[in-house]
Design a protein around this ligand. Structure first.
Ligand SMILES: [Zn+2]
Ligand SMILES: [Zn+2]
Length: 146
């Protein structure tokens, strides 16, 4: 994990930082630094991208935030620091949470290998990005009852 030289060891809570914390609190969209900046600059017109970036780095160092690396294009951030997995739509970049797999022993693991944790990442296309998938006939449709 990268460490930023502690510019603000006490994490001074400026109004802008408080705004970033409020935006992240309970946020399940796994925003990037750019997303956060775009959302909050309307409220804090004087805020710089560096403020967002540095605040995120401080939160990461403090353990109040997790960096999700599922999106190869940009770092995404998750205020939920409990272990869990993710799935991402490769078309729109939406990321959803999945419960962490537990006690999963991967096929092919060398004997005697003790699994401590597991982080599974699924890539696919969400419903909104694949309208054709909605119309696709599935066997479920045959089960319709009246
Ligand atoms: Zn999508
Ligand atoms: Zn998550």
């Amino acid at each position: 994990m990268k460490k930023t030289p502690g510019k603000d060891p006490a994490f001074r809570l400026t109004p802008q930082r408080a705004g970033i914390l409020r935006f992240l609190d309970g946020n399940k969209s796994h925003p990037s630094a750019e997303d956060i900046y775009a959302r909050l600059r309307r409220k804090f017109p004087g805020m710089s991208f560096a403020t967002v970036y540095n605040t995120l780095q401080s939160l990461l160092a403090l353990g109040g935030l997790t960096e999700v690396k599922i999106d190869g294009a940009r770092a995404r951030f998750d205020p939920d620091t409990k272990p869990h997995s993710h799935l991402m739509c490769v078309s729109c970049g939406a990321i959803a949470d999945l419960p962490a797999p537990r006690g999963l022993r991967p096929a092919g693991a060398p004997s005697g290998f003790k699994v401590l944790r597991c982080n599974v990442e699924f890539y696919g296309v969400c419903r909104a990005c694949a309208p054709a998938a909605k119309k696709e006939k599935t066997s479920c449709q045959k089960k319709k009852r009246k």
